[in-house]
Write a protein that binds this ligand. Structure first.
Ligand code: KIV
Ligand code: NA
Length: 266
């Protein structure tokens, strides 16, 4: 199959084809996800928790992400490789440019950064103007865990929902070409998806986003040592093998069967 490109994301949305995204951290799993038809593979800073064993994503460095991007790139033929900018790698536009350049040179096709504060929008604008595709990430942004005081659903109060609506338009205006929405009420995610100029990818954001993402370890049912959030589904249980789990996930996302109401917040 021909490789997924950044314009293909918008094309999938126009065609009404849902995007299936998963994280991976090494070549072996990347190869299996790619063969299963996963459209986007994310080297997420979740690796700080699921690979490195930390309690948050804050300890992850650009070197860590770059190491895993090189590994994952070696396993992909078709999927678009997205790499997270880790904590404070986007603190200034110049730092973001340096980190993103390294991640693209390591094999990523897009970088993702969390939030929509003034310097985040500046970083998105700075990178986009320099030919670096950017995905935004709003809602429960795990790098904000200290301010949030834990991993909690975002956008439930009217003012927080308004903020999210404004931010979703602002990141696209700044140049983002994809928007991850994490742990927001389904109705709000559906509304943002309707008005967003760019495709949305949900995780704990209900069934009406343009695509879905899960952390690989979660969709394989691995015990993370943390409380399992309700948006997680174990696809290995029904899939029988890692390849079967990946195919079952892709199919369930494409057909709109995942997430179900039991995986969503209101
Ligand atoms: O780091 C990560 O795995 C992520 C996804 C959960 C969206 O950012
Ligand atoms: Na992340």
């Amino acid at each position: 199959a021909k490789p997924m490109t950044v314009p293909d994301l918008a094309q999938a949305r126009r065609a009404g084809r849902r995007l299936a995204m998963l994280t991976a951290y090494d070549a072996g799993f990347a190869r299996v996800l790619d063969a299963a038809g996963v459209d986007i593979v994310l080297v997420g800073d979740s690796l700080g928790m699921v690979v490195q064993g930390h309690a948050s994503t804050l300890p992850v460095s650009v070197d860590d992400i770059a190491y895993h991007v090189r590994a994952v790139a070696g396993g992909l033929h078709r999927a678009l490789l997205v790499a997270d900018l880790p904590f404070q790698a986007d603190a200034t536009p110049e730092r973001a440019l340096d980190a993103a350049t390294r991640l693209l040179q390591a094999g990523a096709g897009m970088v993702k950064l969390e939030g929509a504060g003034p310097h985040k929008l500046a970083a998105i604008r700075f990178l986009s103007a320099r030919e670096i595709p950017v995905s935004a990430h709003l809602g429960l942004t795990p790098q904000s865990v200290l301010r949030f005081g834990g991993y909690k659903v975002q956008g439930r109060e009217a003012d927080a929902a308004d903020r999210l609506r404004v931010d979703a338009l602002a990141v696209a205006e700044a140049g983002a070409s994809l928007l991850v929405l994490e742990c927001v009420p389904s109705a709000l995610a559906a509304e943002i998806t309707r008005v967003s100029p760019v495709p949305t990818i949900g995780i704990g954001a209900g069934p009406d986003c343009d695509g879905q993402v899960l952390v690989l370890h979660d969709m394989l049912g691995l015990d993370s040592g943390h409380r399992r959030p309700k948006f997680v589904k174990d696809f290995l249980a029904g899939g029988g093998s890692v390849a079967g789990a990946a195919r079952a996930y892709v199919e369930a996302v494409r057909e709109g069967r995942f997430p179900g109401p039991e995986h969503a917040y209101d």
